[in-house]
Design a protein around this ligand. Structure first.
Ligand code: GLP
Length: 242
């Protein structure tokens, strides 16, 4: 079952971001980690960069994977997730970029890219720590609400609701890519530890469904109830129904 890290009344955004940081940062030095994009983890990445500046974390030898990437998208497009990760984290820490793995939005064949990405994760020995955000529709990575859980890294057609939600980062809705490459539910669930970060009132309803609702592919994040080691870090606004 999901273990909320703290009683919701004790939850404070800043404090939790620090806690999230410490837990994640500790695991960073020990594990192969898989990272998330979106606005939620930005604060955690800032804290990690600050810790790194004080020589409190070392990324030499660390391998990272990322959950997902738009498709098609140029790597140097400022909306790509590889661009996001460089801007928010990789350009500011001593990570070896050869050990950084993100699905390639420029791949000629998205299906081959997905299969190869999945192989890379297996070859690395699996994910130690998986950092997750959550979409307003319950998606994790880009695993959209569906009739079945997609197991492995796969080619996704984005939901209209995801395109609408993510259009805030683009000049117009039309510019949001219609597809993505995403690690699958099994890929995520095989991680030894999962850290789910949730902030804002807009996520309150879906967080409640995720933790207390039915386990169903129509709320992809609900599958996390079946994982043995999940920490949910939420601010008061997101945890208001818990
Ligand atoms: C995107 C990403 C997800 C992320 C979600 C929430 O669509 N693919 O991995 O968790 O959006 O984003 P935000 O944190 O900005 O709400």
């Amino acid at each position: 079952p999901i273990i909320p890290a703290f009683p919701s009344r004790a939850i404070g955004l800043i404090k939790l971001r620090h806690v999230a940081l410490s837990r994640a940062a500790d695991s960073f030095v020990k594990n192969i980690i898989s990272l998330a994009t979106g606005s939620t983890p930005v604060g955690m990445y800032k804290e990690i960069v600050a810790k790194h500046k004080k020589s409190e974390v070392d990324f030499k030898g660390v391998t990272t994977f990322n959950l997902d990437e738009y498709y098609p998208i140029k790597n140097n497009d400022n909306q790509s997730y590889i661009y996001f990760m460089k801007e928010n984290l990789f350009n500011h820490i001593n990570i070896d970029m050869k050990k950084v793995n993100i699905p390639n939005g420029e791949a000629a064949d998205p299906l081959i890219e997905c299969a190869e990405y999945e192989k890379k994760i297996k070859a690395a020995g699996g994910i130690g720590l998986q950092v997750l955000g959550i979409g307003q529709n319950g998606h994790i990575g880009f695993n959209e609400p569906c009739d079945v859980f997609e197991a492995q890294t796969h080619y996704v057609t984005l939901d209209e609701s995801t395109i609408n939600a993510n259009s805030r980062f683009f000049e117009s809705k039309e510019q949001v890519p219609k597809h993505a490459l995403s690690m699958g539910i099994k890929t995520i669930m095989m991680a030894k530890k999962i850290l789910l970060l949730v902030t804002g009132e807009v996520k309150a309803e879906i967080l409640k469904k995720t933790i207390t609702g039915d386990i169903t592919p129509s709320v992809p994040a609900s599958v996390l109830q079946l994982h043995q080691d999940v920490i949910v870090v939420a601010d008061e606004a997101a945890a208001r129904f818990l």
